[in-house]
Design a protein around this ligand. Sequence first.
Ligand code: F6P
Length: 342
Amino acid sequence: MRIGILTGGGDCPGLNAVIRAVVRKGEGQYGHNIVGYRGGWRGAVEGDSVDLTIGNVRGLLPRGGTILGTSRTNPYKSEGGAEKVKDTLRSDNVTALIAIGGEDTLGVAQKLGKEGVNVVGVPKTIDNDLSGTDFTFGFHTAVQIATEAIDRLHTTAESHDRVMVVEVMGRHAGWIAAYSGLAGGADVILVPELPFDIQEVCNRLGHRHRQGANFSIVVVAEGATPAAGTMELQTGEVDEFGHVRLGGVGNRVAEEIESRTGFEARVTVLGHVLRGGTPTAYDRVIATRFGLEAIDAVNDGDFGKMVALRGTDFVRIPLDEGVSTLKTLDPKFYEAASVFFG
Ligand code: F6P
């Protein structure tokens, strides 16, 4: 069988480990041929592909990014895009497609599946906001990098009596902010799920400093939003899936803290640093297992499914379930982290 594979959306540490696992088991154990589409759905629309073999996926396990490249192309946004994907698969003799991506990429896979394409999805996002799976690969790496940064910021914050605002990724969900904030001992964590009142943030910091602390760490998810009428934010460009380009809330939070409390504040926007570089050992392991389960699903003809991690098991669930709702931050987790605020 010829099997296609593509990586869509933002890149994520562990993508190459998934590709390697699919090829190693697909070719090595099942005797299939694997073809990679370059640049996410763009490659499937345009027929831009590369043959993947055991030979050319060697050395991929620790490598960040994706050798296939990625994009936020949405075939359903261009005239006849979905038909072009089907034409490409037909002319390449590809009978099944493994799509590795987040809500947008897998949303396209789900639609194509309903139109008769044999698809299997692998959930990918550092944001960890896909429902149906306990964790996505890449999240652990992002949390590790953010935590190391927060640790480093502690000592410089302490030396200068400053408030350090750390902005991390997390468009709709505050998983990275909450996990790294808890692991790094943040004094306030702002997440998209809970609109914040900047004055309350300042009050907490004021209280902490009156108790004797000379510095504070505030972790802000990029998608955190102020409660209505409390603080203005700028908005940016919109992509093909309708997402606004974020980045900027950290700066606004720091400005307000400085002007309202008089404490000197600095901002560090971690942004794409969280997505780059080598995956942690844990992410290499789960990415590999996601890939192995995906190729098993294809080999079994079990289509329209997304591979999911449940506890320590890798299972297959309907793609519909995986992309139906976003998995926002568990309030119990936030409550645990907030014990250490202020
Ligand atoms: O992949 C998810 C994500 O990392 C979000 O956390 C972030 O908002 C977005 O991607 C950034 O996308 P881009 O790299 O296209 O700016």
